[in-house]
Write a protein that binds this ligand. Structure first.
Ligand code: COA
Length: 130
C-alpha cells in the first residue's frame, strides 16, 4: 500500500473510481477533474500495486474549518480500513481546525464510527451550473 499526497494521479483511473460509485456528471472529464485537484488544499491517493484504491480531498483554511469531499474507495478494496485512512490522513493535515464538515448520502454510519455526528444546524446548498 502506498499513500501519495497532493500529486496528480492518473486521471483516467480517478475518473474510473468516480464512475464506480456513480459520481459521473461533473467528474467525467479529465480537464475538469484536473482543475478540481489543482484548486484543492489537500488530497490523497492510496495505491495498491498500481491501482488507485482510495482517494479523498479536503478544502480548508487550516485554522477554523475543513470540508471533506469525494472520499471514495474502490469497490474491490472496501472494509480494509482505506476509507478511514483517507479521512484521518486528510484531517491530520490541518490539526488546528475546529470543525470538519462533509455531506453524505449513504455513508453516515462510516463517518459516525470515525467520530462525526449529525450537524446541530441545517445543512444548506445552492446548486449552480447543474
Ligand atoms: C464509505 C467508504 C468511503 C468507506 O470506505 P472503507 O474503506 O470501506 O471504510 P473502512 O474500511 O475504513 O471502514 C471503517 C468502518 O466503517 C464501516 N463502514 C464502511 N463503510 C460503511 C457503510 N457504507 N455503512 C456502514 N458502515 C460502514 C466498516 O465496516 C468499518 O467498521 P469497523 O471498524 O467496525 O470494522 C466506501 O464504502 C465508499 O467509497 N463508498 C462509496 C462512496 C461514498 O459513499 N463515499 C462517501 C461519500 S462522502
Amino acid at each position: 500500500m502506498r499513500m501519495v499526497e497532493n500529486a496528480l494521479p492518473d486521471l483516467t483511473q480517478l475518473i474510473e473510481l468516480y464512475r464506480a460509485v456513480g459520481w459521473l456528471q461533473c467528474h467525467d472529464d479529465e480537464k475538469f477533474v484536473k482543475n478540481i485537484l489543482l484548486n484543492t488544499d489537500e488530497f490523497i491517493c492510496i495505491y495498491i500495486g498500481n491501482t488507485l484504491a482510495a482517494f479523498g480531498r479536503m478544502l480548508t483554511d487550516y485554522h477554523m474549518s475543513a470540508f471533506l469531499d469525494d472520499i471514495v474507495v474502490h469497490p474491490g478494496f472496501r472494509k480494509m480500513g482505506l476509507g478511514s485512512a483517507v479521512v484521518n490522513h486528510l484531517i491530520s493535515k490541518a490539526p488546528e481546525v475546529k470543525k470538519v464538515k462533509l455531506t453524505t448520502f449513504h455513508a453516515s454510519e462510516f463517518y459516525k464510527k470515525l467520530g462525526f455526528t449529525n450537524p446541530s444546524c441545517t445543512p444548506m446548498e445552492w446548486i449552480l451550473n447543474p
